[in-house]
Design a protein around this ligand. Sequence first.
Ligand SMILES: [Fe+2]
Ligand SMILES: [Fe+2]
Length: 222
Amino acid sequence: MFRLNQNLEIVACAIQKNIIIPHIIISLIYMSTPNEDLMKEHGLLNRLLLIYEEIINRLQTNIIVSHQIIHNVAKIIRTFIEDHHEKTEELYIFPLLINNNMEVELVNELIEQHKLGRIITDNIMKLTLQNTIDKTKLIGNISNFIKMYRYHESREDTIIFPKFRGLSSDQEYKELGEKLEEEEDKIIGYSDTLQIVTIIEKYLGIFDLKIITNKVKNNIYV
Ligand SMILES: [Fe+2]
Ligand SMILES: [Fe+2]
């Protein structure tokens, strides 16, 4: 509640001074719910997986891609996805389901995948620090990561998050939303991470959706 009042004061001040930036004002007034936060983070993870796909494409077709960039992508996954997003799931989302004896087998499998994801990210970070890169191992690790996380996200979005919402009272859900916003303020948050991801997408030429649309338009199968 404190945050909401504080945000409204900032908005009032911006309006008084004629500094009206609609998207900033909307984000200040509107606090996202835990599931909106988590699914927004899955959206960011999906963009990171698309980056990984483009990196594989470049490695396989011998188009130059900076190893530092690949290393940085793995680092973003470590910081924002593994240390923040997955920590949130393990601290607040999964325990509620397990305590209610709901989807226990699936939750345990998802935790196993979190652990496996960390091992793969370690491998990618180590491989991209070497002078001569083992391309086969790098492609293998990145492909495994993409495949596992596509399945992983699909189950969380369609089973885990909706069931978590069903088990939380409105008050608990609201309080968790506030807590998650505060926790995100302590790390490099969603907006900053999204900006870095956008820069990498532009570097790889996969930011502009028109490029993707045109590629499909030129390859219509009739
Ligand atoms: Fe997860
Ligand atoms: Fe997740």
